[in-house]
Design a protein around this ligand. Sequence first.
Ligand SMILES: *[C@@H]1O[C@H](CO)[C@@H](O)[C@H](O)[C@H]1NC(C)=O
Ligand SMILES: *[C@@H]1O[C@H](CO)[C@@H](O)[C@H](O)[C@H]1NC(C)=O
Ligand SMILES: *[C@H]1O[C@@H](CO)[C@H](O)[C@@H](O)[C@@H]1NC(C)=O
Length: 309
Amino acid sequence: MARVSLQILGFLGGVAAQLQYTSTKSSAVAAAAATALTLSPTSTVAGKTFDRYIQIFLENTDYSKAIADPSLAYLASQGISLTNYFAITHPSQPNYVAAVGGNTFGITDDSFQRISSSTKTVVDLLDTAGISWGIYQEHSPYTGFQANWKNQVSGADDYVRKHNPLISYDSVTSDINRLAKSKNFTQFDKDLAANKLPQWMFITPNMTNDGHDTSITVSGKWSRNFLTPLLSNPKFNIDRTLIVLTFDEGSTLGTNQIYSVLLGSAVPSAKIGTTNSTKYNHYSLIKTAELNWNLGSLGQNDVAASAFF
Ligand SMILES: *[C@@H]1O[C@H](CO)[C@@H](O)[C@H](O)[C@H]1NC(C)=O
Ligand SMILES: *[C@@H]1O[C@H](CO)[C@@H](O)[C@H](O)[C@H]1NC(C)=O
Ligand SMILES: *[C@H]1O[C@@H](CO)[C@H](O)[C@@H](O)[C@@H]1NC(C)=O
């Protein structure tokens, strides 16, 4: 019985997401927020190189411009700067999709997409291995929200579905326990304070802080201000923590080379402030988790990708 009703809920959630895609009513959102299921499971599966993995995506900036930003140059000096990292394609959405599924699955735009429930993502591998995971999307109005959300005062785009890597996969949205791990920054703060952060995380700041609707100065400052206290927070930067701060894509006219830096306690102190010119891309994000935790593979572009370690 419980299983059936959960499936119906998941289905209704999908329908609601499509209806709400263009116009989101705040009354409906408030009602749904009151009942949304939030889960914060934890686990301690030891990895080869790291035990906690945090991926953060900023928006739309070429490598040369990002590395020249003072805040991002500072962060590069605090870790290993990856000087030969390329996004997969344009525009945003297929890059996010690829970063968890190992393929763009034919998506070439930012429109509402659903990827069939038989398509696996890295969270299938993590679930099989018993590794806790969660995604934190700034200003998603409630856990498991599947539409877009505007600032209710200014009307500006705030949280957008296209920047949520897992939400287009039916294998995630049709499973209430998975949807319950698509959380926001309110929940990030709570999970951090309660020692409930998962081992695998993906973080997307909102449309202001990720630079999409602002500038590299704003996304750079946000990154430095967000990460600096976390790097010295023993609840966040626990032993063997690896953070990858990167961008979804470069500018449309560039080579799609993007800034990426490895930070956290998993970076050996002798390598702090160094560069690494191995060719990496978003499939490397998956491959790195696979090798670290012995997860096997998705059989997609993750197979041929290079891992960071
Ligand atoms: C974040 O999600 C929680 C849980 O669904 C919700 O109560 C809260 O209002 C959300 N925060 C923001 C800033 O939207
Ligand atoms: C994005 O979040 C910041 C707080 O982190 C807030 O100041 C800003 O107004 C938000 N952007 C929008 C469009 O609501
Ligand atoms: C980046 O460089 C390659 C090739 O020299 C090494 O194999 C990697 O271990 C290295 N990665 C890191 C994180 O130092």
